[in-house]
Design a protein around this ligand. Sequence first.
Ligand code: TYM
Length: 330
Amino acid sequence: MNRQRIFSGIQPSGNLHLGNYLGAIKNWVKLQDEYDSIFCVVDLHAITVPQNPEELRKKTLEVAKIYLAAGIDPEKCSIFIQSHVSEHTELMWILNTITKIPELNKMTQFKDKSVSSDVSNISIGAGLLNYPVLMAADILLYDTNLVPVGEDQLQHIEITRTLAKRFNKRFGETFVIPEPYIQKEGMRIMGLDDPTKKMSKSASSEYNYIALTDDEETIRKKIKKAVTDSGSEIVYCDDKPALKNLINIYSLLSDTPPKEIEKKYENKGYADFKSDLADVAVSFMKPFQKKMKEYDDEKVLEILRQGAERVRPLAKKKLEEVKKKIGFVI
Ligand code: TYM
């Protein structure tokens, strides 16, 4: 039986938040039964902006714990650390040689990050510019059919497709052309402090996001402080982007359709709605965080090592095919 393959990853930088969970991880959990699934902790991507080494080590294991606590089953999927499979960087180098600089210059994430406060003081590293090429290598190494991500990654999948087609055209059929897999509801969770910008790990204010490691008091405080729109009705519409975002979060965490939520709060105001949303968020987070604590570092590392062992042969085979096609002596 030949199942389709999915591949996705998350950077171990900053605090993982509800946007990462609702836009990506929640869907992975649903897809793992149907697809041959590979999930990566992309540490090589994380170092495209400065990282504290101790913190990076800690966060790498934490991201893996989040995958596991969310319900990613290491028996069904391969979970591994990107830097454990060196074929990713090797393929990236080769793909670099067919990537055009203007294609990288125009990437929104590059433009955003290169002006963000943590990198603007120092010169921008070439790694940040080449970031999408490494992501293309991640995806193309494994004959990936679908890439389940949030909406912000669409442009990166588009360039991955461009590079795959370009390589195939120049050197013969080698790479599967991947498709993005985006779930409409969670694809773009917005910041709690500003509904015009996405919830982000690198946001300057911690009131932008609810981290997957936030305690109850913090969650309640953040939801209380979340901006709302004018008026007092609880309605789900584009004219009320802050409320729409909060209803989306409520809906996804409690598996309740937005229209039902609207109805529930017909004669109630923001205070009731926010207090219940906080309850919903806390009752999701408590068991989740309890599960995270059940995994000690050694156990997680063992799972990650086994995951790398499982995917390495696939990566090796693809890289060898690539090397032959471009004329390297094997
Ligand atoms: P990263 O680490 O920024 O984000 C991880 C995942 O979370 C999604 N996401 C969101 N979804 C909805 N609302 C939000 N506010 C929100 N913020 C983040 C992202 O879309 C993503 O799915 N470049 C990738 C990591 C990567 C990768 C890959 C992904 C490296 N190689 C190969 C897929 C395939 C990234 O920076 O994700």
